[in-house]
Design a protein around this ligand. Structure first.
Ligand code: FCB
Length: 457
């Protein structure tokens, strides 16, 4: 492990920079049937045989619901100034519409107040995939009514918490929900229909824009935005086929979301490719989607290498791979951020998720996760590199605070900078967490020194 006395903060990061850790409700809370919480599509999906690699579910997860105060102390101990979390829609409005659940809302009261009391800014996400089951009965995100239900939910949460949080994110990774959930069927709700997936993506985007308008209409001053999962796409070879496929894949992942949000239209090459599966769009939809945002969140894990024959395997590159089989490719983050800044009129950006799954072992109360530490350090450097090239970045958040329920991978993949023993729920800081905390405390010292020298001068 690196010697903590050598850790320095890169001077490109201003003292206002947001340093955080991120989680999501379903992945850590547990307590899925406590205090009136309703069921979500992820509770249902976990019951589908074979859906989750280790047959697990979110019933207990990190038991965060019952360990809130201790976990808040843990976050405080890291020295971060921000915590990104999501509200569980079925916990606060169990049926997706109808009555709100006061006990569920109360949990987020305690969470937000607990953060503020500890000097940590709350970054709230409305939808990190756990749609109330009742809304799936009529088609979930593939159904236009869900847009209205989401806007009601967004308005209600803003009314209650908007004034106390640093920002509200509408959706986390709409591509994942639409494509993995409704086209490939490997994530909840497990639907396999391209037409449904495309319609779901349109409804997610539309509900984002309408939620922004409705929240602002009630006078809220909260900063509003969305979080997208984006990657640079690299062609496996220079062949015409591989290059053409790379352009299309970039269209489906990056431009399909960025173009409507920032240019008010879907990319024409992807529309043409979709043919009869193109989305049904009503008058006014595109303008609503392009409602200006205050910030944008980018989740970055790796690049994608595209081969028209589908023959690419990550290990071919010779780069280190994480346990997910994803290449460690920090320069892709710089490339992506610079591209977003150049091609779109983006508002200030945050890296809202970045991290790696690695095999960890606890030895004498320590977890020497050198690979994760290096991964995080190199990606922070990649953000600095983008800033040197003129990109407006306001924050960086590690995924994740805790080892947690990694969706279809169950508990087999550990992304936490804090280790969780799922038998005992014991939390152990990994070396990456200690390094991150040391870096943040070095940052604080450097800033206060700067301040002191300014005062003397
Ligand atoms: C992202 C998700 C997050 C987590 C990481 C590893 O796609 O937003 O919940 O699962 O991947």
């Amino acid at each position: 492990m690196k010697n903590s006395s050598n850790i320095k903060i890169n001077p490109i990061f201003p003292d206002t920079f947001i340093w955080g850790v991120a989680t999501s409700a379903f992945q850590i809370e547990g307590a899925t049937s406590t205090d009136g919480r309703g069921s979500s599509i992820w509770d249902d999906f976990c019951k589908t045989p074979g859906a989750i690699v280790d047959g697990s579910d979110g019933e207990i997860a990190c038991d965060h619901y019952n360990r809130l105060q201790d976990d808040l102390d843990l976050i405080k101990g890291l020295g971060v100034n921000a915590y990104r979390f999501s509200v569980s829609w079925p916990r606060v409005r169990p049926g997706g519409s109808g009555p709100w659940n006061e006990k569920g809302l109360d949990f987020y009261e305690r969470l937000i107040d607990g953060l503020l009391k500890r000097g940590i800014k709350p970054y709230l996400t409305l939808n990190h995939w756990d749609l109330p089951s009742e809304l799936q009965v009529s088609g979930g995100w593939a159904q236009r009514d869900t847009v209205e239900r989401f806007v009601e939910y967004a308005v209600g949460i803003d009314k209650r918490f908007g004034a106390r949080v640093a920002s509200i994110t509408t959706h986390n990774e709409p591509w994942v929900m639409a494509t993995l959930g409704y086209e490939q069927g490997v994530f909840a709700p497990g639907v396999k229909s391209r037409a449904d997936a495309v319609q779901a993506s349109h409804h997610l985007l539309l509900s984002h824009g309408l939620a922004l308008q409705a929240i602002r209409a009630q006078g809220s001053k909260t900063r509003l935005g969305i979080v997208l999962n984006l990657s640079p796409m690299h062609s496996a070879t220079d062949s015409e086929q591989d290059c053409a496929q790379t352009v299309l894949e970039d269209g489906k992942l990056v431009r399909w979301y960025m173009d409507p949000l920032f240019k008010g239209c879907y990319p024409s090459d992807v529309l043409e490719h979709l043919g009869v599966d193109a989305p049904r769009i009503q008058a006014g939809d595109m303008a609503a989607i392009a409602t200006p945002m205050d910030f944008m969140g980018v989740n970055y894990y790796s690049r994608s290498v595209i081969s028209a024959a589908g023959a690419w395997e990550n290990k071919q590159s010779g780069l280190p791979l994480t346990e997910m089989g994803w290449e460690v490719y920090p320069e892709g983050l710089t490339e992506l951020l610079v591209r977003l800044h150049t091609d779109y009129r983006v508002p200030p950006m945050y890296v809202t998720e970045n991290g790696g799954a690695f095999n960890d072992t606890v030895q004498d109360g320590r977890v020497h996760d050198v690979d994760r530490l290096e991964y995080v350090a190199r990606h922070i450097e990649a953000v600095a590199q983008a800033m040197r090239r003129g990109v407006r970045m306001e924050g960086y958040m590690v995924w994740s605070l805790l080892d947690n329920f990694e969706w279809a991978s169950g508990y087999a993949k550990r992304f936490g900078i804090v280790h969780v023993d799922f038998q005992t729920q014991k939390r152990t800081l990994k070396d990456s967490a200690i390094w991150y905390a040391d870096m943040l405390s070095a940052a604080k010292k450097a800033y206060s020194k700067d301040l002191a020298s300014c005062e003397i001068a």
